[in-house]
Design a binder for this molecule. Structure first.
Ligand SMILES: [Fe+2]
Ligand SMILES: [Fe+2]
Length: 375
């Protein structure tokens, strides 16, 4: 078994100084290269439908396609300042929930919190965009490395989906918002680890189960909160694809894990935990506080330890935990991952619906039929 230090690069997952000490070193580079350490695999077994559920998902993907340029109402003009102001009027600043005394930002008022709302949105959408490119690259790797023809077919549709997702988030940032952010270091470290791993099932676990499971929950929360009809529709369309992607991961890994030893499963549990910690760390959005001129070493501990804030962040794990349970990862061996998810406060979602069970509820069919009927 690996030590926690070997898995996440620090002994205590909650060591804030260690979290904040991690920074991107190549922020100004346009290109970021990563070794992908894998053989490209051909299969001469072309029997379509040998894995009926994957084959069915592939058919759903073919009819679930949409066009990022023509299916979204880009003509809607977005007044980000106005929306951020309305959000402030409704909810107040983060200081209604967190005591910032002694952090240097206790004097922040209406203007600062409205600006914070805007920066926070620029940051979130930027990270969504970078994560989508991670999915694009990882899934292209799955096309190469997975040995099953039905999975190669399905993954090929996901590559197109992810290109469309990068495209629409990038266009939304460029044409509707007021700034972008480089990739967050914790997200980048996670994407690097996923792509570097030689084992094809690890790409699925890191991307389809962990990153996309979190994305599905995060898009859902943003979908509920946003009052911009363009962003709402964009997220609705992206989520219809993401649910399929997560279901693709669950289906493929269920089969792959069935033949694994306890020792092999423990490595998967450790990787899932590493991914969970990296994603939790990224949501501290330290770059936003920096851009706002705040002293992160004083502000972030107050945010990190706030119970309401923690509760909100835990909601991001509502898809990951049930899917890990469905895969048998929570309780494999002596239940190592169950204990770890307990320690980071997310195990309570284990009995929420898994994505295989709910994938059809995300389909666009209802909207498209209504549109065709002129409703
Ligand atoms: Fe995506
Ligand atoms: Fe995806």
């Amino acid at each position: 078994m690996s030590t926690i230090d070997e898995i996440i690069g620090r002994t205590d997952p909650n060591d804030i100084d260690a979290i904040l000490a991690m920074t991107n070193t190549d922020q100004d580079e346009v290109i970021h290269a990563v070794e992908d350490n894998a053989d490209a695999i051909y299969t001469w077994d072309y029997e379509k439908g040998a894995r009926p559920q994957l084959s069915k998902l592939y058919e759903k993907a073919k009819v679930g396609q949409w066009n990022g340029e023509t299916d979204l109402p880009w003509e809607i003009s977005v007044d980000q300042q106005q929306l951020a102001t309305e959000a402030y009027e409704l909810m107040g600043g983060m200081d209604t929930m967190i005591d910032f005394t002694g952090t240097g930002i206790e004097h922040w008022g209406r203007d600062e919190w409205i600006e914070f709302n805007m920066e926070s949105q620029n940051w979130s959408l930027s990270q969504f965009m970078h994560g989508e490119q991670g999915a694009l690259v990882c899934t292209a790797k799955i096309v190469e490395t997975v040995p099953w023809i039905d999975a190669k077919y399905y993954a090929a549709t996901q590559v197109v989906d992810e290109a469309r997702h990068v495209e629409v988030f990038s266009k939304y940032l460029d044409t509707k918002l007021t700034g972008t952010y480089p990739i967050n270091v914790h997200l980048r470290m996670l994407l690097d680890d996923i792509i570097q791993d030689a084992r094809w099932d690890m790409t699925y676990l890191g991307m389809q189960i962990m990153v996309e499971g979190l994305a599905l929950a995060a898009f859902g929360l943003t979908y509920q909160q946003t009052t911009d009809p363009l962003l709402k529709q964009l997220l609705r369309y992206v989520m219809s694809d993401e649910a399929r992607h997560v279901a693709f991961g669950v289906l493929s890994l269920k089969e792959a894990y069935a033949d694994m030893t306890q020792a092999e499963l423990l490595e998967r549990q450790e990787f899932a935990f590493e991914a969970a910690v990296r994603m939790r760390d990224r949501f501290l959005q330290q770059e936003v506080w920096e851009r706002m001129g705040a002293d992160v070493a004083r502000v972030i501990p107050a945010v990190f330890h706030n119970p309401q804030r923690q509760e909100f962040q835990h909601l991001l794990f509502t898809k990951i935990v049930p899917n890990c349970k469905k895969l048998g990862l929570l309780d494999a061996g002596d239940g190592w991952l169950r204990r770890k998810f307990g320690e980071i406060g997310v195990i309570q979602y284990e009995d929420w619906v898994d994505t295989l069970a709910e994938v059809d509820s995300f389909a666009l069919t209802n909207e498209l039929e209504a549109e065709a009927a002129g409703v």
